[in-house]
Design a protein around this ligand. Sequence first.
Ligand SMILES: C[S@@+](CC[C@H](N)C(=O)[O-])C[C@H]1O[C@@H](n2cnc3c(N)ncnc32)[C@H](O)[C@@H]1O
Length: 413
Amino acid sequence: MGIEVEITHLNLHGQGVGRAGRREYRVDYAYPGDVVEIRSAGRGRWCVSRLISAGTHRTRAPCPHFMRCGSCRWLGMRYSSQLEFKRELLRRLFGRETEVLPSPVRRYYRNRMDFTVGRSIGMRRYGSYAEVESALGCLLFSEHSDSIITRSREFFDSRALEHYDIARRQGFLRYLVAREGKRSGRRMVAVVTHEGSFPLREYAEALGSLADAFVWAVNATLTDTSKGEVRESLGGFEEKLCGLSFRVPPFSFFQTNTLQAERLVETVRSFVEQAEHLLDIYCGVGTFGIALADLAERITGIEEDAEAVSAAVDNARENGAENISFITGRAEELMSGIEEADVAVVDPPRAGLHPKVVRALRRLKPGKIIYISCNPRTQARDIASLGYSLEELAALDMFPHTPHVESVALLTR
Ligand SMILES: C[S@@+](CC[C@H](N)C(=O)[O-])C[C@H]1O[C@@H](n2cnc3c(N)ncnc32)[C@H](O)[C@@H]1O
């Protein structure tokens, strides 16, 4: 007999919370109003082993891998409830009502997927660091993803190429990083392997028109990351955003939900209005700086990924943005060299701003800071330490079926 829990609310991580006796449980894939039987998923985590009765937020998850695959924790939740809970999260963090703009598409909305190659090709299984749940039938990326996975598997088997076993630290094939330009129509597949040799041309022939660009990269480290040193590439990848073209290197960051990212850019533009010297901190391939070029006298982009900066330089030229320069390095080290700026756009990774970046912004005192974040918890923490007032907050659903929400804060002095 398992433990029975009635879920009363969601915590800030989007997990269902409920009590059984005196103990509180945080349950993945469970939503308020559900009564569920739970099982331990290790390390203090719990998940649903049986749905006893469904609450009003629950709907049928349209994926055979739901609750086995570690992604899409909210796929079993109605979309209107997803938006409502994201709004509630922002209310708890910022104490204000913020409408969350729905994603224009909820199926195949991602322009990038990092598939782990294991016995299956797909995502890490929920609660497991080594097992892989197949992504066949996954609705996140593309209607071509099943063909890419199946054709890749056939090719790997025909060449007797083994997957990398992370537990035994043996094997060869590690990741398939697939990109699909929702506006450009281009597709790229990068194969990340352990050290060895990979027949990229034959692989490209086997995949045929499923992609226009192919990359082979090596990650010979013990770190389980879906990127590597590029050994060979055939073609490149680009995506369009708000009518601008962006070349994106195989492993560099690019906004994942293209259609919603266009609205994100519009929001940032409306917050910036105009600038003399605009800083685009954590600029990636130059997305915001280039999209804001007509609003500023000059722009400086800062980014640690050298490949992204090299693409950003090309992207600025390609899009006729002549007033932008880029500096490669860590923001926390480079910010001390910046002497003045009247507007700063910051778009850090989930961990938020480095304390040195916060200190540098406090010293520079730009009139406006536009803080874009995929993690409102660290964003709220950073806003508190910046000492600016929160003038406006906008939110967009960039990641349907997950608890993640993108928030954009306009901060003024
Ligand atoms: C959320 S992405 C935003 C990228 C870009 N603004 C865009 O919209 O495409 C964060 C970026 O910060 C970069 N990054 C991470 N840590 C950094 C650091 N310490 N200093 C500078 N850039 C960093 C990453 O490489 C990534 O490109």
